[in-house]
Design a protein around this ligand. Structure first.
Ligand code: HEM
Length: 444
């Protein structure tokens, strides 16, 4: 099996992984379907094809646990869905799945519309906004309102906004860097402090907020009963599930929206088509859940953003000996792949580096094979929040663009930063008005 270039004694491939994982992963594809890399002294099987990723996530899923991700996220998500394994995961997934059914998403969508509209209305013509920050706050507020119908104390919301990015940004570093380095640099302390503050903030709300009105996530988690034992979830597990959802759903969706604004500003022809659709379907009003079906081009834009800016890495660890595509893996073997890199496969996505929403506007049978496009993962750990994320991205994008045009602030160069979900270093943009029917005024 080929070994990735650039391995150093003791630290393995940590340097290229931390310096520029995008180029590092892109380079591995040409070296084989499976390439060995090292995180410190620990060998990792890096998969470069979606076919192999599918085998691990779906066909042989029962032989794998979450492995290194569990170690990284456990301080925050505890026993929540994101990191739990085996029987607990199966039980919780069954209990939580109904919270993401169609009629529930339709009800959260009212919050998505209201919050997107409120954000669009708070902006002034000519104002400079830091888009990734605005999208994190928008996504977080929407998720928090979907979770807790009672209004949260301002200090709790501020705490979440402050601590969540420290945590999600640190996940990659904490997964990749050796434990001793995380300790001596003080990185571990900052990471764990952020996790503790966040858990404490949500814990406080779960134990004290009795205002749940029966429609929010908190009420549904309280009402859920194990179908076999009739057991309810304890407050600790409810907190862990809420923290998991908040953690998994905030920066991912915020990054998708942020990259969408960035790509639209670089592709005027795409933006023009999107605006034409918004004028036809919405005619200047905010987008609602019932509009999503008709917003075909907007959905294609979101899909293309998800293709180009997916998660940086996914991990699994074999929990028993298993054979993947003829390769025998011992119990304890770590497997990893990069969705963002898999989505650059030219065989599935011709001209893969081109931002081209049109590739999604074809007949069903001509769409890229579903195993080649896996922004939400696959199998029994597939993203439970996918319908929420899709609805949120379409509603927010359509509602904000129905009101404003976002133009890049001069003098800033956008770079991708490695995080669980890659994000821009910063994205300052100028808010520019359009007419209320969705067309741009003559002076714009
Ligand atoms: C664009 C936005 C999103 C992306 C790209 C995304 C991606 C993913 C991926 C790839 C996984 C699987 C991880 C694995 O297999 O190890 C996952 C799991 C998960 N996601 Fe999402 N996600 C997004 C939004 C959301 C939202 C909005 C929520 C909740 C409101 C959410 C909640 C979860 C949860 C709880 C899991 C764990 C599921 C399980 O293990 O059973 N995600 N997500």
């Amino acid at each position: 099996m080929p070994v990735a270039p650039g391995r150093l004694p003791m630290i393995g491939h940590i340097w290229p992984l931390m310096r520029n994982p995008f180029d590092f992963f892109a380079d591995l594809r040409a070296r084989g379907d499976v390439v060995q890399l090292y995180i410190g002294k620990r060998p990792i099987y890096f998969l470069t094809t979606a076919r192999l990723a599918h085998q691990v996530l779906v066909k042989e899923a029962r032989s794998f646990g979450k492995g290194m991700v569990w170690e990284a996220v456990h301080p925050l998500s505890g026993n929540g869905l994101l990191a739990s394994d085996r029987a607990l995961h199966r039980r919780q997934r069954r209990l939580i799945q109904p919270l993401f059914h169609r009629q529930m998403i339709a009800s959260y969508a009212q919050i998505m519309t209201a919050e997107s509209q409120a954000l669009a209305e708070s902006w002034q013509p000519g104002q400079q906004v830091v888009v990734q920050q605005a999208m994190i706050e928008l996504t977080l507020t929407t998720i928090v309102r979907s979770m807790f119908s009672g209004s949260l104390p301002g200090d709790v919301v501020r705490e979440i906004i402050r601590s969540l990015p420290i945590f999600t940004y640190g996940m990659v570093a904490r997964t990749v860097l050796p434990a001793w380095l995380c300790k001596v640099t003080g990185f571990d302390r900052r990471f764990l402090d952020a996790a503790n503050r966040l858990r404490a903030a949500v814990d406080h709300v779960v134990r004290t907020d009795k205002s749940a009105d029966g429609t929010d996530l908190l009420s549904h988690l309280r009402a859920a009963r194990d179908p076999d034992t009739g057991e309810a979830m304890g407050d600790d597990l409810i907190r862990d599930e809420l923290v998991s959802i908040m953690m998994a759903g905030t920066e991912t969706t915020a990054a998708t929206l942020t990259w969408a604004f960035h790509e639209l500003s670089r592709h005027p022809e795409v933006e023009a088509k999107l605006r034409a659709e918004l004028r036809d379907v919405l005619g200047g009003r905010p987008a609602e859940y019932a509009d999503i079906e008709q917003l075909t081009y907007t959905r294609a834009v979101v899909n293309e953003v998800l293709r180009r800016y997916s998660l940086l890495m996914l991990f699994r660890r074999a929990e028993e000996p298993v054979v993947v595509d003829g390769i025998p893996l011992a119990a304890g073997a770590d497997v990893m792949f990069s969705q963002i890199d898999l989505h650059r496969d030219g065989a599935a996505f011709p001209d893969p580096d081109r931002f081209h929403p049109g590739r999604w506007l074809v007949d069903r049978e001509d769409l890229p094979h579903r195993t080649a496009f896996l922004p939400f993962g696959e199998g029994n750990r597939r993203c439970i929040g996918e319908p929420y994320a899709q609805a949120k991205a379409v509603i927010a994008l359509a509602t904000i663009l129905g009101r404003w045009r976002l133009v890049p602030a001069p003098g800033h160069t956008v770079r991708r930063v490695a995080a669980a979900m890659p994000r821009p270093n910063s994205l300052p943009m100028i808010v520019t008005p359009i007419d209320t029917d969705g067309s741009e005024p003559a002076h714009a």
